[in-house]
Design a protein around this ligand. Structure first.
Ligand SMILES: [Zn+2]
Ligand SMILES: [Zn+2]
Length: 191
């Protein structure tokens, strides 16, 4: 029975509700029902965290856990400083990110951690991405459409057949600059 000095907490690993002494939970971010669950959580791979805390939206895999002030997913695992999820996902697949590179989103969607949308780039390229992103969201039109891989392939093939960037921008409800950066492979380099 709960008493004044104990509370129910949810185990971070198995989601079971367990009764804990209040004093034992103070200042702890992650709580567990057992030592086994604590150890399992500690050794959980980054991809298990991603699986547990993301939803698929179009071709993007959106982090639904905590986000930082810039909208990037924040991964808080025990014994490590918080990291940006998309960076951790990229490192899981390809190894350590070189110091002079940043991991960019081809989908312009900071909480996305879909590995095929993450490409390394220079800080300079990333700043350019941010500028075009701001222009898109604060301009006269709001382009909210998320393009799928198929859309991009489709756009590329229509471009090679001579269709104009303007007509494609209307057909896919995205900005002309989005179409241009698809053409120049500034974005969507991966496909
Ligand atoms: Zn548990
Ligand atoms: Zn994405």
């Amino acid at each position: 029975m709960p008493s004044h000095n104990s509370i129910y907490v949810i185990c971070c690993q198995c989601s079971k509700s367990v009764l804990k002494y209040w004093a034992h939970t103070k200042g702890r971010k992650n709580l567990f029902c057992s030592v086994e669950c604590c150890n399992a959580f500690r050794t959980r791979s980054i991809m298990q965290h991603v699986e547990a805390k993301t939803v698929r939206m179009g071709s993007c895999l959106i982090w639904i856990g905590n986000r930082d002030k810039d909208g990037y997913g924040r991964l808080e695992t025990m014994g490590r400083l918080p990291r940006r999820v998309h960076r951790a996902v990229w490192e899981h697949h390809f190894g350590k990110i070189p110091d002079d590179l940043v991991i960019r989103h081809t989908c312009d969607n900071p909480p996305c951690c879909e590995i095929t949308h993450l490409i390394p780039g220079t800080t300079d390229q990333n700043n350019k991405d941010c500028i075009s992103r701001d222009r898109n969201s604060y301009g006269e039109n709001h382009y909210k459409t998320i393009l799928t891989n198929n859309d991009v392939l489709n756009i590329r093939s229509r471009l090679t057949q001579g269709e104009s960037t303007r007509s494609l921008s209307m057909a896919f409800n995205v900005s002309i600059s989005t179409i241009k950066s698809i053409r120049s492979r500034h974005t969507w380099k991966n496909i």
